[in-house]
Design a protein around this ligand. Sequence first.
Ligand code: GUN
Length: 297
Amino acid sequence: MSDAKIIDGKAFAANIREKVAAGVEKLKSENGITPGLAVVLVGEDPASQVYVRNKGKQTVEAGMESFEFKMSEDTTQDALLAKVEELNNDPKVNGILVQLPLPKHIDEEAVLSAINPDKDVDGFHVINVGRLNTGMAGGLVPCTPLGCILMLRDHFGGDLSGKKAVVVGRSNIVGKPMFNLLLQESCTVTVAHSRTADLPAEVGAADIVVAAVGRPEMVKGEWMKEGAVVIDVGINRIEKPEGGTRLVGDVDFASAVEKASAITPVPGGVGPMTIACLLVNTLTAACQQNGLEAPKM
Ligand code: GUN
C-alpha cells in the first residue's frame, strides 16, 4: 500500500478561483475596474466547445466579464485577424484567448502574433515567451505550466531551489515554459524528449517529474526515485479491455504511486488548474494594464 499524497487539483483550483474572485472584488471596489476576458472559437470542434463553455462560466463566477465570439468553420484568416484587432482595441477586454486548434486554412502563428502581448492570457505570443525566458517583468505565462508550478510551490512550501527536475516533453505550450519556470525556481532542469537516449535514467535522477508527452501511461514508476514528486500533465482517452473508455495521464499511475511521495491524478490533478490559471492571467493582465500590482497566487 502506497503512502503517496494524492495532490487534489480540483480543490487547489477552487482555492485559486476564490483568490481570483477576491482580487476581482478588490479591483472593482477600489479602482472601478471589472476585468474582461474575450474567447474566440472558430468552428464546431466538440471538445473546444466544452472548454469554451467552462471558461465562460468560470469567468463569470469569478466576477469578471466574459465575451464569447463564435465564428464559422469557413471564417477567413483576415476576418479572424480583424476580430483580434477589434479586441486589441476594446478597453473592456483585458484578456484575449483564441481557442486552438484553428481550422487548417488559418495560420495559427499569424493569429497568435496578432494578439496584443499584454492581453495574451494564453502566454503564447513570442513577446511573452521572451519575457518568460529572460525573466522580464510584465509577462503572461501559459496556463497549464503556471498551474503546475503553483502546485509544486504549494507542495514544497514555496522553495524548490536545488531540486532536480525532469520535464518529459518539449512542446511550446507545456514543456518549454515548464523548463523556464522550474529554472526560475532555481531547480536543476533536464528536458527529455523522444530522442532522449536513456529516459529511465533521466527520470530516475529527478526529485520532480513533470510528464507532458501526450502518450498514455508512458512514464513508469519503476524508473522513478523513491519519494519523487510527480506532476502528470497528460490527458489521454484509452479503450478499456472490458469495453468503453477511460482517461489516463502520461504517467503510469499504478506503478508511480508506489514510488512517489506526491502525485497528481488524472483526472482531477493538473486539468482543473488550467482554467483557474486563465482567470489568474486575466486578473494579472487587467492589473498590469492599469498600472496596478497583480495579487500573488
Ligand atoms: N485548446 C486546448 N487548450 C487550450 C488552451 O489552453 N488555450 C487555447 N488557446 N486553446 C486551447
